[in-house]
Design a protein around this ligand. Structure first.
Ligand code: PMP
Length: 435
């Protein structure tokens, strides 16, 4: 039997009051679609390194990392210093700052598909604008996305990212209130299925403006040759290939998934890890495509893109500091090292407990699916034991380990001792589920 971790104390009356108040004020007691399980809600006080602390001072070893941006962990001293030193220059000017131009320069240097850059504030904005750009360039309407892929919250994105089975290639709306007509232009295909993609594009070669994919789809890596086949199929039909690298950018390699897997898309979205936790994203791509954001270069096929906070100055400064650490100082290599350790240690725990597992993830990402077979697409996710997985993740929280239900991230403040703690709490959690 795994030794019991120190369990979280019961929340104080003050924390319970804040949780109750949050449910009265914020629908579902949250500001996102991530609704905390009943009884495991907590109110954050602060983060420090690899840990998150709630208002009672209860400590959580954090593998959620702010949903991904916090590759340097919480309140990294150099990011804090960057913010303190530069806030006196003003946080935001709208006008282009030297550091924002210099950041664009860096993105072009690192990311294979990047010849030009546009900044935005969130990942959803970036995918929205990448898709609009593809439509403006091609004059076509259709978009192919993959079952289980998440691209944000706008009308073109909220399709088939949960576990609801898809009906052929029909998209499943994940929200009400989507503008009428959008569904007609979205086709959903299984990830890692070359035949399905080739067939969709061959059947209607003039229909699709874009194929949008996460090169490493949530916790599912691409099979060897899959992204290459996607590139080839898009080339054949003049379809814009968009890699949504909001998660994989600056995490799998300096040039993201496209460098790591060796396949260059036409347009790429970047965000999350880029700034270490400040709201900023980017659409980057080949010049011939990106020029459509310029009304003078492409008056007939112009794609409107604007935003008060685009290129936000203080975020740009934080991006420079983050990219220094990740790229110039070997941070990404260390993330890979920690990621493989996390997968190895966690897999051992499942094997020792006799619990079938598909240990997924490349680089700094890890996720154990409760599955007898290797998880390669969203149908495999649906076939896995999701109920048991949810119960396992709730137990992790009770044991002071915080991890998203669909993905885990390691960050630079994690140490091997933290990963041993993850393994210890996971072993206890599995034993609890069996008991
Ligand atoms: N694309 C991917 C791959 C993402 O993981 C996310 C966020 N989880 C988004 C887009 C949307 O980003 P944001 O939440 O910043 O709008």
């Amino acid at each position: 039997m795994a030794s019991a971790p120190t369990l979280l104390n019961q929340p104080s009356e003050e924390q319970r009051r804040l949780v109750r108040r949050s449910k009265e004020l914020l629908p579902a007691g949250t500001t996102t679609s991530v609704v905390p399980p009943d009884g495991l809600e907590f109110i954050v006080d602060h983060g420090e390194g690899a840990y998150l602390y709630d208002v009672d001072g209860r400590r959580y070893l954090d593998f959620f990392l702010g949903a991904g941006p916090l590759v340097l962990g919480h309140a990294h001293p150099r990011l804090v210093q960057t913010i303190q030193q530069n806030a006196v220059k003003g946080t935001h000017h709208f006008g282009l700052h030297r550091r924002t131009v210099e950041l664009a320069d860096r993105l072009v240097r690192y990311v294979p598909s990047a010849e030009m850059v546009r900044f935005a504030a969130s990942g959803s904005e970036a995918t929205f604008h990448a898709l609009r750009l593809a439509r403006a360039v091609t004059g076509r309407q259709g978009v192919i996305k993959f079952d289980g892929a998440y691209h944000g919250h706008h009308d073109l994105a909220v399709w088939s990212y949960e576990q609801t089975p898809i009906d052929g290639t029909q998209p499943t709306a994940e929200s009400r209130g989507i503008q009428a007509g959008v569904a007609e232009n979205i086709v959903v295909l299984p990830f890692n299925d070359v035949g399905a993609l080739r067939q969709a594009l061959d059947d209607q070669p003039e229909r699709y403006a874009a194929v949008i994919c996460e090169p490493h789809m949530r916790s599912i890596p691409p099979n060897p040759g899959y992204l290459e086949a996607m590139r080839e199929a898009c080339d054949k039909t003049g379809t814009v290939l968009i890699f949504d690298e909001i998660v994989t950018g600056f995490r799998l390699a300096p040039g993201g998934g496209q460098e790591y897997y060796g396949v260059t898309p036409d347009v790429t979205t970047l965000g999350k890890a880029m700034t270490g936790g400040m709201p900023m994203s980017a659409v980057v791509g080949k010049r011939a495509f990106m020029e459509h954001f310029d009304p003078a270069s492409a008056p007939q096929q112009y794609a409107f893109h604007c935003g008060t906070y685009n290129g936000y100055y203080l975020a740009a400064e934080c991006a420079h500091t983050t990219l220094d650490i990740l790229i110039e100082e070997g941070g990404i290599e260390q993330l890979h090292h920690l990621g493989s350790l996390a997968r190895e240690k966690l897999e051992r725990v499942f094997v020792d407990a006799g619990e079938p597992v598909s240990m997924n993830g490349h680089g700094p990402m890890f996720h154990p699916y409760f599955s007898e077979r290797r998880v390669e697409n969203n149908a495999d996710v649906r076939a896995s034991n999701l109920e048991k997985s949810a119960a396992f993740h709730c137990k992790l929280v009770e044991g002071g380990v915080y991890k998203e239900f669909v993905k885990g991230y390691v960050g630079l403040p994690h140490t091997e001792a933290h990963l041993d703690e993850l393994a210890r709490v996971a072993a206890w959690a599995l034993a609890q589920l069996k008991a």
